[in-house]
Structures are given as C-alpha cells and as structure tokens.
Design a protein around this ligand. Sequence first.
Ligand SMILES: Nc1ncnc2c1ncn2[C@@H]1O[C@H](COP(=O)(O)OP(=O)(O)OP(=O)(O)O)[C@@H](O)[C@H]1O
Ligand SMILES: [Mg+2]
Length: 240
Amino acid sequence: MSSSLIQTENLVKTYDTGEVPLRALDGVSLDIARGEFLAIMGHSGSGKSTLMNVLGALDRPTAGRYLLEGEEVGEMDVEELADLRNRRIGFIFQSFNLLPRLSALQNVMLPIRYRVGNRIGGEEREEASIAALESVGLGERLHHRPNQLSGGQQQRVAIARALVNQPALLLADEPTGNLDSKSSEEIMGILHTLNRQGVTIVMVTHESDVANHAGRIIHMKDGKIISDGQNGKMSQERAQ
Ligand SMILES: Nc1ncnc2c1ncn2[C@@H]1O[C@H](COP(=O)(O)OP(=O)(O)OP(=O)(O)O)[C@@H](O)[C@H]1O
Ligand SMILES: [Mg+2]
C-alpha cells in the first residue's frame, strides 16, 4: 500500500449559478502522505472550503479522482460515504458547529451513536467521549452546554467530537478563525499533539502564523494550487 493518505487528480468543481459556470476547483492534484500536517492558504473565494468539502466527502467533485487510503471515493455509495465521514474523517469548522442544547459530553457522544453497524454500549460510548474530552483538557466541563463555554473551549469540544472515532484524517477549516490569539495557540498545541500521535491534519487558515505550525503549506488561487512547499521552520523543528 502506498504511504499516501490522500491522492487527488485534476479535481474540478463547478457551480452553475450564474451565466458562466464558476470553477471553484480548477484541476487540483494533490498527494498527502500519512502523518502530514498541511496548511491551505489563499484569498477568500479561492476554493479552500470547496476542496475541504470534497476531501471530507461532504461534496462530490464535478470531475477528477479522489482516493482516500487507495480507495476511490467517487465510486462509493451513500452508505459507504456516510461511514467514511463518520469513522475515517474528523472535521472541525470555524464556527464549531456544536449542538446548542446538548452538553459537551453529549456533543462528543453523537458521532458514536451514529456509527454504522454500531455495537458498542452506552457506557463504553460515554467512557470514550470522556477520554476524548479529557485529552483536550475539558474533563471538568463535561456537562456544560456550548453557551456556557468559551470559544476556545467550544472548539476543543469540536476537536474531541472529531476525534472520538479515531479518524486517520482531521480536516480543519479555519479552526482558529473565531478565536483570540491565546485560544488559537491552545488549539494549535492540541493539533500538534495529535499530529505527533499520527493523525494527518489538513487545515485552512488565513493567518500565516497559524499556517507556520504546519509542515507543508499550499496556496490556492482561482481554484488552483499555485504553490506547494515544505515549511522551513517546521521541518527544522521536526528534524530535532
Ligand atoms: N454552493 C455554492 N454555489 C455557488 N457558488 C459557490 C458555492 N460554494 C462556493 N461557491 C463559490 O466557489 C468559490 C470558492 O468558494 P470557497 O468557499 O471554496 O472559498 P474559500 O477559499 O473557502 O473562501 P473563504 O476564505 O472566504 O472561506 C467562490 O467564488 C464561491 O462564491
Ligand atoms: Mg472557506
């Protein structure tokens, strides 16, 4: 098996909203190895979220191929896609996307409840969710609802929820976009720890100091990748 976690070939995504179809992705070919920490940068509208949504199997490309762990995502049926999203991919978003009426613990337990072919009992689900919340430093906030938590804490709940099924891939679309600099640093610290533990991370950000946490940075413009390179600072740190 190749060491690639993700391989895309000429991904195209067009939207037919105006008179001229809009090419949100215009031939994106990308190879991401297991264990990488990749940052995606680019101006607003350059196609970053569109790419993340395709990589996360939330959206299908108009053309091109996407292989995750060597499997053709384009050939998966609805059930296989749901299973893929649930068990192999974790997501975090700028706006946290927690369910407001549920506690931190209940939010984290949700993806386990929805696991396809689920056979694990309630107690085991709860234990796994508590462990995930403890791993992001929220062991003391299990029963708080989102509006009783700070932004950084809410994002940590979202990370715990993304991780509870131990996915190989974590996709983060501007995870620090709504956070102050101290909370941002905390979130980046958690992402680093996860990456060291072997989780592959793909993260969109507008901020270069956030992107500098990644080992590799790509820049997008008009739906295309215009640069792709190792981040010097990080590769030195990694070499130590
Ligand atoms: N559902 C949609 N229907 C029509 N056009 C869309 C849709 N989603 C995105 N677009 C267009 O596709 C292009 C890429 O959008 P995308 O959300 O990927 O940009 P982005 O790089 O994530 O921007 P931002 O930094 O503002 O989040 C934009 O021009 C946008 O208007
Ligand atoms: Mg976006």
